[in-house]
Design a protein around this ligand. Structure first.
Ligand code: SF4
Length: 191
């Protein structure tokens, strides 16, 4: 839509207040205006593109992986998010879904795969085992994958249903669109 009218006729009636803690309608009005005239910022356009082409790495560890695989089926259809190609190489992927328990033996390969992914990249810990070790409180299992890689989203459940994983993916998309940086930027290093 062309901007053939003054902005105030399109709904922008307030001004930005450079006053901390003082409420302003300006941001809300600008958001409405963006919807009306199709304006946006470059950062928002890039975030929109990233969330509509977030390709997961092919990486399954245990029973949760069966639920993860089903999200590409016609019933769940993550193709609607532009996410249908699970990539065979981490260099072509920007989302790592850790689905299942992580043994200490798998910790180094998992970290290597994460390091080979290009930035920006995100991690979803799928299920109780990936998030916290789950029922496997023993010497063989890493008690949460966030000891190896920074995690953006935790999906609870044992196993989480595909709908729960999709909920986690949608929450991740919302965070990216809202400008929340990836976990590796927030935490700098894996804790
Ligand atoms: S959370 Fe449950 S389903 Fe998932 S890997 Fe652990 S035991 Fe298996």
């Amino acid at each position: 839509m062309a901007l053939d009218k003054p902005l105030k006729d399109l709904g922008l009636k307030s001004e930005r207040l450079l006053w901390p803690n003082k409420a302003s309608k300006f941001e809300d009005e600008v958001n409405d205006l963006e919807q009306k005239v199709g304006l946006t910022t470059l950062a928002k356009a890039v975030a929109w593109a990233q969330t509509n082409s977030m390709w997961p790495d092919t990486f399954g560890l245990a029973c949760c992986a069966i639920e993860m695989m089903s999200i590409v089926s016609s019933r769940y259809d993550i193709a609607r998010f532009g996410m249908e190609p699970f990539r065979g190489s981490p260099r072509q992927a920007d989302l790592l879904i850790v689905s299942g328990r992580v043994s200490h033996k798998m910790a180094a390969p998992l970290r290597q795969i994460y390091d080979q992914m290009l930035e920006p990249k995100w991690v979803i810990a799928m299920g109780a085992c990936a998030s916290s070790g789950g029922m496997f409180n023993n010497y063989a299992i890493v008690q949460s994958v966030d000891k190896i890689v920074p995690v953006d989203i935790y999906v609870p459940g044992c196993p989480p249903r595909p709908e729960q994983l999709i909920e986690g993916i949608v929450r991740l998309h919302e965070a990216v669109k809202a400008g929340v940086p990836p976990a590796y930027e927030i935490r700098s290093v894996a804790s």
